[in-house]
Design a protein around this ligand. Sequence first.
Ligand code: THG
Length: 278
Amino acid sequence: MRIIGEKINGTRKTVAQAIAARDAAFIQNLARRQWEAGAHWLDLNAGAHPERESDDLRWLVEVVQAIGPVRLSLDSANAEALAAALPLASVPPLINSISGEPARLEGILPLVARFGCPAIALALDGSQVPATLEARMVVVRRMVAAARAAGVPDEDLYVDPLVMTVGTNTEAGRLFLDGLRAVRAEFPAVHLTAGLSNVSFGLPARALLNRTFLTLAMGAGLDSAILDPLDGELRAALLATELLLGQDRHCLNYTRAYRAGKLGAPKVDGAFAPLARP
Ligand code: THG
């Protein structure tokens, strides 16, 4: 499972404030903690201010790279901002993302091909999220064909069938899981990814929903995700799921995490002992 750390996102209030104030220490603290927690990429989302996004994204790239050799995910739908930030990255970053929208496909895919980047492909056409599985697959097929034509190998594509919150549509989770299975069946070499925390927007006890959904999605073939690497219970669920799916040879990662105390405290003897009776 490859982890994309979600925390440097300008739609979060504290991050938006730090970007506006050019507070490098705040951003670098988030970057360092996520990297040390095992993130494979750090997602950088400057927020939705078209007039400032290029400058903000360039600033984020420089500030985060200053902590050391990290890999970045540039989270923007804006070809101009991506083109401005890409040359600053010291290794080809993950491009998050292309979509089926022709302007975005034509604007961003050439950058992906030119810089040799892996890229997330969102099953999105225009601003509408396709309502059915088949409509999403039409978009996925179009993106995979365009990527192949541009010389981007399937192994560099991370298809994201789009997680929406189950808070407004309780079918959203199932639709996403069906999307994973459909893409996996048709395109065995592409990777599958998700903005995991989307699933729980607007609901209480979000971490419980996020980690349960991660397990379901990994069972359906998810092999990377944008998530909170600082959530210890999420990390524990991830390790347990990898082991149960046969992705942890000799149970090595799982037992190592256990010995490091990262899988929670063992059940205390007597936790279910009968109550004292009068
Ligand atoms: N697909 C792709 N990219 C994406 C998304 C996607 N990028 C943005 C988003 N969706 C994924 N990133 C986030 C980041 C933060 C949250 C949700 C999705 C979030 N954070 C909470 C908050 O800020 O209040 C809680 C976490 C916290 O406190 O740290 O909800 O779907 N390709």
